[in-house]
Design a protein around this ligand. Structure first.
Ligand SMILES: [Mg+2]
Length: 257
């Protein structure tokens, strides 16, 4: 079919390079080898609990060389969309540094941004507050719409469930800024200067990472670490180009693409 050769490898972080504060075996060596082999490497994460600076610092403690400028998060996409409008942000305080240019308005925002707020998610009274802003004419933005996430004690509800609650009540649809948004992936390819077909997206989430990247025309590798569960993949009927035990197996598998 004459597909373009892969030039860039985009790595999901949580579940692919690390779980919590533990690096996945072989993650560092794989990243180094791919860089040595000339691939452009970037990190693509929906992790919205810490600013890009802290994500880069965390990777540095694992000796994984991915600087802040090589990390793509939904926060910068949100800033671009909000522009000079007034916004109310539901994010953790530590993420606010990624929104330094945004004009805040707690009472009459034009945009309401839902992100991760910690704990077990959004309490009912906060959901109602957001609902009332939307009924008042504000536009709803979401940093991502993941269904669930993996913690050391198992699976937990993720932001998507709470965004859906507001969407349903207010009969609206949120603009989703992170993975699996096709626009998010395309903007990222554009920034790297690489055609989507020459990009490989590596992830542990069949919908957020794999389906999203496929819809943008990218090629995909699914790793069986992190939140990977065989039954979810079977149920969704989505096939990645590569299915690998872990990131450690990626360099040797690149020739299969
Ligand atoms: Mg992941």
């Amino acid at each position: 079919m004459g597909k373009l050769a892969i030039r860039a490898v985009l790595l999901d972080l949580d579940g692919v390079l690390y779980i919590g504060h533990r690096a996945i075996d072989g993650a560092r060596d794989s990243v180094l080898r791919l860089q040595q082999e000339g691939y452009a490497i970037a990190g693509v994460t929906n992790t919205t609990t810490m600013p890009r600076r802290s994500v880069a610092e965390k990777l540095a403690t694992m000796d994984i060389p991915l600087g802040e400028e090589l990390l793509f998060t939904p926060a910068s996409a949100a800033c671009r969309l909000i522009g000079r409008h007034r916004a109310k942000l539901y994010v953790r305080p530590e993420l606010l540094e990624d929104f330094s240019g945004v004009r805040m308005d707690a009472d009459h925002p034009e945009f309401v941004l839902m992100g991760d707020i910690g704990g077990e998610g959004y309490p009912p009274e906060v959901l109602r507050e957001i609902f009332l802003h939307i009924m008042d004419g504000a536009q709803l933005l979401a940093l991502h719409k993941n269904r669930f996430w993996q913690r050391p004690d198992g699976l937990h509800l993720d932001l998507g469930c709470f965004v859906s609650a507001v969407e349903y009540a207010a009969n609206t649809e949120a603009t989703v800024l992170g993975k699996p948004s096709r626009d998010f992936f395309l903007a990222l390819c554009n920034k790297l200067g690489v055609h989507p077909e020459a990009c490989l997206m590596v992830g542990d989430d069949i919908e957020s990472d794999i389906l999203g990247a496929q819809q943008a025309g990218m090629r995909t590798a699914l790793v069986k670490t992190g939140k990977y569960r065989e039954e979810f993949v079977r149920k969704r009927g989505i096939r990645a180009d590569l299915l690998l035990p872990s990131i450690a197996d990626l360099p040797d598998a690149m020739h299969l693409l």
